[in-house]
Design a protein around this ligand. Structure first.
Ligand code: HEM
Length: 407
Protein backbone atom coordinates (compact mmCIF):
# COMPACT_ATOMS: atom_id res chain seq x y z
CA UNK A 1 0.00 0.00 0.00
CA UNK A 2 1.29 3.48 -0.85
CA UNK A 3 2.31 5.56 2.18
CA UNK A 4 -0.30 8.21 1.38
CA UNK A 5 -3.14 5.65 1.31
CA UNK A 6 -1.80 4.13 4.50
CA UNK A 7 -1.89 7.57 6.16
CA UNK A 8 -5.43 8.20 5.07
CA UNK A 9 -6.54 4.80 6.34
CA UNK A 10 -4.90 5.44 9.68
CA UNK A 11 -6.46 8.89 9.81
CA UNK A 12 -9.91 7.37 9.37
CA UNK A 13 -9.31 4.65 11.91
CA UNK A 14 -8.31 7.36 14.37
CA UNK A 15 -11.30 9.35 13.39
CA UNK A 16 -13.74 6.44 14.00
CA UNK A 17 -12.17 6.10 17.43
CA UNK A 18 -12.55 9.79 18.13
CA UNK A 19 -16.31 9.35 17.68
CA UNK A 20 -16.30 6.48 20.19
CA UNK A 21 -16.83 4.03 17.33
CA UNK A 22 -14.87 0.82 17.75
CA UNK A 23 -13.02 -0.90 14.91
CA UNK A 24 -14.21 -4.22 16.33
CA UNK A 25 -17.65 -3.44 17.74
CA UNK A 26 -18.87 -0.40 15.81
CA UNK A 27 -21.45 1.54 17.84
CA UNK A 28 -21.65 -1.22 20.48
CA UNK A 29 -19.92 -0.28 23.72
CA UNK A 30 -16.80 -2.50 23.79
CA UNK A 31 -16.87 -4.92 26.73
CA UNK A 32 -19.50 -3.21 28.90
CA UNK A 33 -19.02 -3.35 32.67
CA UNK A 34 -21.31 -5.65 34.66
CA UNK A 35 -20.74 -4.17 38.09
CA UNK A 36 -20.59 -0.67 39.59
CA UNK A 37 -18.39 0.42 42.52
CA UNK A 38 -19.65 -0.94 45.85
CA UNK A 39 -21.14 2.45 46.76
CA UNK A 40 -23.90 1.71 44.23
CA UNK A 41 -24.83 -1.69 45.61
CA UNK A 42 -28.43 -0.57 46.41
CA UNK A 43 -28.99 0.14 42.69
CA UNK A 44 -27.36 -3.06 41.51
CA UNK A 45 -29.27 -5.24 43.98
CA UNK A 46 -32.55 -3.94 42.59
CA UNK A 47 -31.43 -4.02 38.95
CA UNK A 48 -30.28 -7.64 39.12
CA UNK A 49 -33.67 -8.73 40.48
CA UNK A 50 -35.75 -6.52 38.21
CA UNK A 51 -37.89 -9.22 36.52
CA UNK A 52 -38.82 -10.78 39.87
CA UNK A 53 -39.47 -7.44 41.60
CA UNK A 54 -41.73 -6.28 38.76
CA UNK A 55 -43.63 -9.55 38.45
CA UNK A 56 -44.22 -9.71 42.22
CA UNK A 57 -45.31 -6.03 42.27
CA UNK A 58 -42.57 -5.13 44.77
CA UNK A 59 -40.32 -2.91 42.69
CA UNK A 60 -41.92 0.42 43.60
CA UNK A 61 -41.68 -0.37 47.32
CA UNK A 62 -37.98 -1.26 46.97
CA UNK A 63 -37.23 1.88 44.97
CA UNK A 64 -39.00 4.07 47.51
CA UNK A 65 -36.59 2.75 50.18
CA UNK A 66 -33.48 3.27 48.03
CA UNK A 67 -30.93 5.77 49.43
CA UNK A 68 -30.25 8.94 47.43
CA UNK A 69 -26.76 8.44 45.98
CA UNK A 70 -24.63 10.97 44.16
CA UNK A 71 -22.98 10.09 40.84
CA UNK A 72 -19.57 11.45 41.92
CA UNK A 73 -18.05 7.98 42.33
CA UNK A 74 -18.84 7.01 38.75
CA UNK A 75 -15.38 7.72 37.43
CA UNK A 76 -15.15 6.08 34.04
CA UNK A 77 -17.27 6.35 30.90
CA UNK A 78 -18.17 2.65 31.12
CA UNK A 79 -19.30 3.06 34.74
CA UNK A 80 -21.52 5.94 33.67
CA UNK A 81 -22.99 3.88 30.82
CA UNK A 82 -23.77 1.00 33.19
CA UNK A 83 -25.33 3.44 35.67
CA UNK A 84 -27.54 4.83 32.89
CA UNK A 85 -28.59 1.31 31.87
CA UNK A 86 -29.34 0.40 35.50
CA UNK A 87 -31.24 3.58 36.42
CA UNK A 88 -33.18 3.70 33.14
CA UNK A 89 -34.22 0.05 33.54
CA UNK A 90 -35.34 0.63 37.13
CA UNK A 91 -37.26 3.70 35.91
CA UNK A 92 -39.11 1.75 33.18
CA UNK A 93 -40.01 -0.94 35.72
CA UNK A 94 -41.12 1.65 38.26
CA UNK A 95 -43.38 3.50 35.81
CA UNK A 96 -44.91 0.42 34.16
CA UNK A 97 -44.94 -2.13 37.03
CA UNK A 98 -48.75 -2.26 37.10
CA UNK A 99 -49.21 -2.16 33.32
CA UNK A 100 -50.36 0.70 31.18
CA UNK A 101 -53.56 1.43 33.09
CA UNK A 102 -51.76 2.43 36.28
CA UNK A 103 -48.47 4.09 35.33
CA UNK A 104 -46.59 6.03 38.01
CA UNK A 105 -46.48 9.61 36.88
CA UNK A 106 -43.94 10.76 39.47
CA UNK A 107 -40.42 9.38 39.66
CA UNK A 108 -39.17 9.66 43.27
CA UNK A 109 -36.17 11.95 43.92
CA UNK A 110 -33.85 9.15 45.05
CA UNK A 111 -34.15 7.70 41.54
CA UNK A 112 -34.81 10.84 39.48
CA UNK A 113 -31.89 12.96 40.77
CA UNK A 114 -29.01 10.53 40.10
CA UNK A 115 -30.66 9.39 36.85
CA UNK A 116 -30.82 12.93 35.50
CA UNK A 117 -27.29 13.61 36.81
CA UNK A 118 -25.74 10.67 34.94
CA UNK A 119 -27.87 11.42 31.86
CA UNK A 120 -26.45 14.95 31.76
CA UNK A 121 -22.90 13.66 32.06
CA UNK A 122 -23.48 11.35 29.09
CA UNK A 123 -25.61 13.74 27.02
CA UNK A 124 -28.43 11.18 26.95
CA UNK A 125 -32.11 11.69 27.86
CA UNK A 126 -33.30 10.32 31.23
CA UNK A 127 -35.15 7.32 29.77
CA UNK A 128 -34.15 3.85 28.53
CA UNK A 129 -32.58 4.25 25.07
CA UNK A 130 -31.17 1.86 22.46
CA UNK A 131 -27.66 2.67 23.65
CA UNK A 132 -28.67 1.29 27.10
CA UNK A 133 -30.81 -1.72 26.26
CA UNK A 134 -28.63 -2.98 23.41
CA UNK A 135 -25.30 -1.20 23.00
CA UNK A 136 -24.30 -1.40 26.69
CA UNK A 137 -26.28 -4.49 27.71
CA UNK A 138 -24.20 -7.42 26.48
CA UNK A 139 -21.41 -9.55 27.85
CA UNK A 140 -19.48 -12.60 26.66
CA UNK A 141 -19.96 -15.71 28.79
CA UNK A 142 -16.46 -16.84 27.85
CA UNK A 143 -14.37 -13.68 27.30
CA UNK A 144 -12.07 -15.54 24.89
CA UNK A 145 -14.99 -16.98 22.92
CA UNK A 146 -16.72 -15.54 19.83
CA UNK A 147 -19.46 -12.91 19.65
CA UNK A 148 -22.18 -15.48 18.99
CA UNK A 149 -25.50 -15.82 20.69
CA UNK A 150 -24.48 -19.04 22.47
CA UNK A 151 -21.58 -17.14 24.05
CA UNK A 152 -23.55 -13.97 24.87
CA UNK A 153 -25.63 -12.83 27.79
CA UNK A 154 -27.44 -9.65 28.80
CA UNK A 155 -26.55 -7.63 31.90
CA UNK A 156 -29.98 -6.27 32.87
CA UNK A 157 -33.39 -7.77 32.02
CA UNK A 158 -37.10 -7.00 32.44
CA UNK A 159 -39.87 -9.57 32.49
CA UNK A 160 -39.97 -11.51 29.22
CA UNK A 161 -37.35 -14.17 29.97
CA UNK A 162 -35.64 -15.83 27.04
CA UNK A 163 -37.64 -13.83 24.49
CA UNK A 164 -36.32 -10.58 25.90
CA UNK A 165 -32.80 -11.95 26.06
CA UNK A 166 -33.14 -13.03 22.42
CA UNK A 167 -34.57 -9.64 21.37
CA UNK A 168 -31.64 -7.79 22.93
CA UNK A 169 -28.91 -10.18 21.77
CA UNK A 170 -30.14 -10.51 18.17
CA UNK A 171 -30.13 -6.70 18.00
CA UNK A 172 -26.57 -6.74 19.40
CA UNK A 173 -25.65 -9.10 16.56
CA UNK A 174 -27.27 -6.81 13.97
CA UNK A 175 -25.14 -3.94 15.34
CA UNK A 176 -22.08 -6.17 15.11
CA UNK A 177 -22.97 -7.21 11.54
CA UNK A 178 -23.00 -3.50 10.65
CA UNK A 179 -19.32 -3.00 11.56
CA UNK A 180 -17.79 -3.82 8.12
CA UNK A 181 -20.35 -1.42 6.61
CA UNK A 182 -19.34 1.42 8.94
CA UNK A 183 -15.72 0.87 7.97
CA UNK A 184 -16.62 0.64 4.28
CA UNK A 185 -18.52 3.90 4.60
CA UNK A 186 -15.43 5.57 6.08
CA UNK A 187 -13.27 4.16 3.29
CA UNK A 188 -15.75 5.27 0.64
CA UNK A 189 -15.74 8.82 2.01
CA UNK A 190 -11.98 8.83 1.65
CA UNK A 191 -12.18 7.40 -1.81
CA UNK A 192 -14.36 10.37 -2.79
CA UNK A 193 -11.81 12.80 -1.34
CA UNK A 194 -8.74 11.17 -2.90
CA UNK A 195 -10.42 10.62 -5.43
CA UNK A 196 -10.19 6.89 -6.22
CA UNK A 197 -12.97 5.21 -8.15
CA UNK A 198 -11.50 1.75 -7.61
CA UNK A 199 -11.41 2.23 -3.84
CA UNK A 200 -14.95 3.62 -3.93
CA UNK A 201 -16.22 0.65 -5.93
CA UNK A 202 -14.67 -1.79 -3.48
CA UNK A 203 -16.13 0.05 -0.48
CA UNK A 204 -19.63 0.18 -1.99
CA UNK A 205 -19.56 -3.53 -2.76
CA UNK A 206 -18.48 -4.18 0.82
CA UNK A 207 -21.30 -2.00 2.13
CA UNK A 208 -23.90 -3.92 0.09
CA UNK A 209 -22.66 -7.28 1.45
CA UNK A 210 -22.75 -5.91 4.99
CA UNK A 211 -26.36 -4.70 4.65
CA UNK A 212 -27.36 -8.13 3.32
CA UNK A 213 -25.67 -9.73 6.31
CA UNK A 214 -27.61 -7.41 8.65
CA UNK A 215 -30.86 -8.61 7.03
CA UNK A 216 -29.91 -12.26 7.53
CA UNK A 217 -29.02 -11.52 11.15
CA UNK A 218 -32.33 -9.74 11.77
CA UNK A 219 -34.03 -12.96 10.64
CA UNK A 220 -32.68 -14.69 13.73
CA UNK A 221 -35.27 -12.75 15.74
CA UNK A 222 -37.74 -15.48 14.71
CA UNK A 223 -35.61 -18.19 16.35
CA UNK A 224 -35.38 -16.49 19.72
CA UNK A 225 -38.34 -14.17 20.28
CA UNK A 226 -41.95 -15.27 20.81
CA UNK A 227 -44.27 -12.65 19.26
CA UNK A 228 -46.95 -12.99 21.96
CA UNK A 229 -44.42 -12.48 24.74
CA UNK A 230 -42.89 -9.56 22.88
CA UNK A 231 -46.24 -7.91 22.37
CA UNK A 232 -47.93 -8.56 25.70
CA UNK A 233 -45.01 -8.54 28.14
CA UNK A 234 -41.88 -6.88 26.78
CA UNK A 235 -43.16 -3.97 24.76
CA UNK A 236 -44.55 -1.92 27.58
CA UNK A 237 -41.15 -1.67 29.27
CA UNK A 238 -39.79 0.01 26.15
CA UNK A 239 -42.63 2.55 26.09
CA UNK A 240 -41.97 6.19 26.78
CA UNK A 241 -43.98 9.18 27.93
CA UNK A 242 -44.21 11.27 24.80
CA UNK A 243 -47.13 10.87 22.38
CA UNK A 244 -48.30 8.02 24.59
CA UNK A 245 -52.00 8.13 25.50
CA UNK A 246 -51.24 6.03 28.59
CA UNK A 247 -49.14 8.94 29.94
CA UNK A 248 -50.35 12.04 28.12
CA UNK A 249 -48.78 14.51 30.56
CA UNK A 250 -45.32 12.95 30.69
CA UNK A 251 -43.35 12.06 33.82
CA UNK A 252 -42.46 14.28 36.78
CA UNK A 253 -38.83 13.79 37.76
CA UNK A 254 -39.01 14.75 41.45
CA UNK A 255 -36.27 17.13 42.58
CA UNK A 256 -35.55 18.07 38.95
CA UNK A 257 -38.60 19.78 37.53
CA UNK A 258 -42.10 20.52 38.77
CA UNK A 259 -43.38 20.21 35.21
CA UNK A 260 -43.66 16.72 33.70
CA UNK A 261 -41.05 15.92 31.06
CA UNK A 262 -41.80 13.97 27.86
CA UNK A 263 -39.46 11.43 26.26
CA UNK A 264 -39.96 8.78 23.58
CA UNK A 265 -39.48 5.11 24.38
CA UNK A 266 -36.54 2.91 23.39
CA UNK A 267 -36.34 1.82 19.75
CA UNK A 268 -33.72 0.69 17.26
CA UNK A 269 -34.71 3.82 15.34
CA UNK A 270 -32.16 5.26 17.82
CA UNK A 271 -29.44 3.00 16.40
CA UNK A 272 -26.86 5.13 14.55
CA UNK A 273 -26.25 2.54 11.82
CA UNK A 274 -29.08 3.27 9.38
CA UNK A 275 -28.88 7.01 10.06
CA UNK A 276 -25.23 6.86 9.01
CA UNK A 277 -25.99 4.78 5.90
CA UNK A 278 -28.86 7.09 4.89
CA UNK A 279 -26.68 10.19 5.20
CA UNK A 280 -23.83 8.58 3.31
CA UNK A 281 -26.07 7.37 0.47
CA UNK A 282 -27.85 10.73 0.34
CA UNK A 283 -31.35 9.33 1.02
CA UNK A 284 -33.95 12.00 1.76
CA UNK A 285 -36.93 10.98 3.85
CA UNK A 286 -40.28 12.72 3.74
CA UNK A 287 -40.72 15.58 6.16
CA UNK A 288 -42.82 13.68 8.67
CA UNK A 289 -40.54 10.63 8.77
CA UNK A 290 -37.44 12.79 8.89
CA UNK A 291 -38.85 14.76 11.84
CA UNK A 292 -39.17 11.56 13.85
CA UNK A 293 -35.82 10.13 12.72
CA UNK A 294 -33.95 13.40 13.46
CA UNK A 295 -35.54 13.51 16.89
CA UNK A 296 -34.23 9.98 17.51
CA UNK A 297 -30.68 11.32 17.05
CA UNK A 298 -31.10 13.17 20.35
CA UNK A 299 -31.42 9.72 21.94
CA UNK A 300 -27.97 8.61 20.75
CA UNK A 301 -24.62 9.13 22.46
CA UNK A 302 -23.54 12.64 21.35
CA UNK A 303 -20.35 11.36 19.70
CA UNK A 304 -22.37 9.01 17.46
CA UNK A 305 -24.75 11.81 16.59
CA UNK A 306 -21.72 13.96 15.70
CA UNK A 307 -20.42 11.21 13.42
CA UNK A 308 -23.71 11.21 11.50
CA UNK A 309 -23.47 14.99 11.23
CA UNK A 310 -19.97 14.73 9.82
CA UNK A 311 -21.17 12.32 7.13
CA UNK A 312 -23.96 14.75 6.32
CA UNK A 313 -21.52 17.62 5.76
CA UNK A 314 -19.02 15.58 3.69
CA UNK A 315 -18.89 16.00 -0.12
CA UNK A 316 -21.85 14.30 -1.80
CA UNK A 317 -21.31 10.71 -2.89
CA UNK A 318 -24.14 10.96 -5.42
CA UNK A 319 -22.69 14.06 -7.09
CA UNK A 320 -19.30 12.36 -7.25
CA UNK A 321 -20.70 9.25 -8.89
CA UNK A 322 -22.76 11.23 -11.39
CA UNK A 323 -19.95 13.58 -12.34
CA UNK A 324 -17.35 10.82 -12.59
CA UNK A 325 -19.49 8.85 -15.06
CA UNK A 326 -18.12 5.62 -13.55
CA UNK A 327 -20.82 3.07 -14.42
CA UNK A 328 -19.61 0.37 -12.04
CA UNK A 329 -19.76 2.75 -9.07
CA UNK A 330 -23.26 3.82 -10.09
CA UNK A 331 -24.38 0.19 -10.24
CA UNK A 332 -22.74 -0.59 -6.89
CA UNK A 333 -24.39 2.48 -5.35
CA UNK A 334 -27.81 1.42 -6.61
CA UNK A 335 -27.20 -2.08 -5.24
CA UNK A 336 -26.56 -0.58 -1.80
CA UNK A 337 -29.94 1.17 -2.02
CA UNK A 338 -31.64 -2.08 -3.05
CA UNK A 339 -30.01 -3.97 -0.18
CA UNK A 340 -31.07 -1.26 2.25
CA UNK A 341 -34.64 -1.27 0.93
CA UNK A 342 -34.67 -5.08 1.29
CA UNK A 343 -33.47 -4.75 4.88
CA UNK A 344 -36.28 -2.29 5.52
CA UNK A 345 -38.85 -4.55 3.82
CA UNK A 346 -37.69 -7.45 5.94
CA UNK A 347 -37.90 -5.28 9.06
CA UNK A 348 -41.51 -4.50 8.10
CA UNK A 349 -42.34 -8.23 8.05
CA UNK A 350 -40.73 -8.55 11.50
CA UNK A 351 -42.73 -5.61 12.85
CA UNK A 352 -45.91 -7.02 11.30
CA UNK A 353 -45.37 -10.35 13.06
CA UNK A 354 -44.32 -8.93 16.43
CA UNK A 355 -46.69 -6.00 16.68
CA UNK A 356 -49.53 -6.04 14.19
CA UNK A 357 -50.36 -9.76 14.04
CA UNK A 358 -49.59 -10.23 17.72
CA UNK A 359 -51.93 -7.34 18.54
CA UNK A 360 -54.72 -8.90 16.50
CA UNK A 361 -54.19 -12.26 18.22
CA UNK A 362 -54.19 -10.65 21.65
CA UNK A 363 -57.47 -8.91 20.82
CA UNK A 364 -59.16 -12.09 19.62
CA UNK A 365 -58.15 -14.29 22.55
CA UNK A 366 -57.06 -13.06 25.94
CA UNK A 367 -53.85 -14.88 26.80
CA UNK A 368 -54.75 -16.36 30.15
CA UNK A 369 -51.26 -16.88 31.45
CA UNK A 370 -50.10 -13.40 30.49
CA UNK A 371 -51.01 -9.93 31.72
CA UNK A 372 -53.31 -7.98 29.41
CA UNK A 373 -51.64 -6.42 26.38
CA UNK A 374 -51.12 -2.68 26.42
CA UNK A 375 -54.28 -1.26 24.84
CA UNK A 376 -53.35 2.37 24.39
CA UNK A 377 -50.20 1.42 22.54
CA UNK A 378 -51.92 -0.78 19.99
CA UNK A 379 -51.10 -0.04 16.37
CA UNK A 380 -48.50 2.46 17.44
CA UNK A 381 -44.74 2.12 17.61
CA UNK A 382 -42.98 2.20 20.95
CA UNK A 383 -42.00 5.71 19.98
CA UNK A 384 -45.63 6.50 19.20
CA UNK A 385 -45.41 6.52 15.39
CA UNK A 386 -48.09 5.09 13.10
CA UNK A 387 -45.88 2.12 12.45
CA UNK A 388 -46.41 0.54 9.08
CA UNK A 389 -47.07 3.61 6.96
CA UNK A 390 -44.00 5.24 8.49
CA UNK A 391 -41.79 2.22 7.85
CA UNK A 392 -43.04 1.76 4.28
CA UNK A 393 -42.51 5.41 3.53
CA UNK A 394 -38.92 5.21 4.82
CA UNK A 395 -38.34 2.08 2.71
CA UNK A 396 -39.83 3.65 -0.44
CA UNK A 397 -37.75 6.82 -0.10
CA UNK A 398 -34.66 4.58 0.03
CA UNK A 399 -35.40 3.28 -3.47
CA UNK A 400 -36.36 6.73 -4.77
CA UNK A 401 -32.71 7.69 -4.40
CA UNK A 402 -31.78 5.31 -7.27
CA UNK A 403 -29.38 6.97 -9.73
CA UNK A 404 -29.81 6.83 -13.49
CA UNK A 405 -26.82 7.17 -15.81
CA UNK A 406 -26.71 10.63 -17.36
CA UNK A 407 -26.66 10.82 -21.14
C1 HEM B 1 -38.94 -7.66 17.23
C2 HEM B 1 -38.10 -6.84 16.66
C3 HEM B 1 -38.40 -5.41 16.26
C4 HEM B 1 -39.55 -4.71 16.34
C5 HEM B 1 -40.91 -5.17 16.86
C6 HEM B 1 -39.28 -3.38 15.83
C7 HEM B 1 -40.20 -2.35 15.79
C8 HEM B 1 -39.97 -1.10 15.26
C9 HEM B 1 -40.94 -0.02 15.24
C10 HEM B 1 -42.33 -0.08 15.83
C11 HEM B 1 -40.37 1.02 14.63
C12 HEM B 1 -41.03 2.39 14.35
C13 HEM B 1 -40.36 3.47 15.12
C14 HEM B 1 -40.80 3.51 16.56
O1 HEM B 1 -42.00 3.57 16.81
O2 HEM B 1 -39.92 3.48 17.42
C15 HEM B 1 -39.03 0.64 14.26
C16 HEM B 1 -38.14 1.43 13.61
C17 HEM B 1 -36.88 1.06 13.30
N1 HEM B 1 -36.28 -0.14 13.64
FE1 HEM B 1 -37.12 -1.74 14.48
N2 HEM B 1 -37.98 -3.31 15.43
C18 HEM B 1 -37.40 -4.52 15.70
C19 HEM B 1 -36.08 -4.87 15.48
C20 HEM B 1 -35.15 -4.03 14.93
C21 HEM B 1 -33.76 -4.33 14.79
C22 HEM B 1 -33.06 -5.60 15.27
C23 HEM B 1 -33.20 -3.28 14.16
C24 HEM B 1 -31.77 -3.11 13.77
C25 HEM B 1 -30.86 -2.72 14.62
C26 HEM B 1 -34.23 -2.30 13.91
C27 HEM B 1 -34.05 -1.08 13.31
C28 HEM B 1 -35.00 -0.11 13.17
C29 HEM B 1 -34.76 1.17 12.51
C30 HEM B 1 -33.46 1.62 11.88
C31 HEM B 1 -35.95 1.89 12.59
C32 HEM B 1 -36.22 3.30 12.01
C33 HEM B 1 -36.87 3.18 10.65
C34 HEM B 1 -35.88 2.95 9.53
O3 HEM B 1 -34.83 3.62 9.50
O4 HEM B 1 -36.17 2.11 8.63
N3 HEM B 1 -35.40 -2.79 14.41
N4 HEM B 1 -38.83 -0.67 14.66
Amino acid sequence: MEPQTENLKTAWQLSLGSYYISEEYGFLLPNPLRELPDHYRPWMEIAKKLPHLIESHQLRAHVNKMPLLSCQFLKSYRQQRLAHLVLSSITMGYVWQEGETQPKEVLPRNLAIPFVEVSRKLGLPPILVHSDLVLANWTKRNPEGPLEISNLDTIILFPGGESLRGFILVTVLVEKAAVPGIKALAQAMHAVLQPSQDALLEALQQLKLCIQDMTRTLGRMHDYVDPDIFYAVIRIFLSGWKDNPAMPMGLIYEGISKEPLKYSGGSAAQSSVLHAFDEFLGIHHSEESADFLYRMRDYMPPSHKAFIKEIHSAPSLRDFILSSGHGHCLTAYNQCLEALAELRSYHITVVTRYLVTAAARARSRRLDHLPGPPQALEDRGTGGTAILSFLKNVRDKTLEATLHPSG
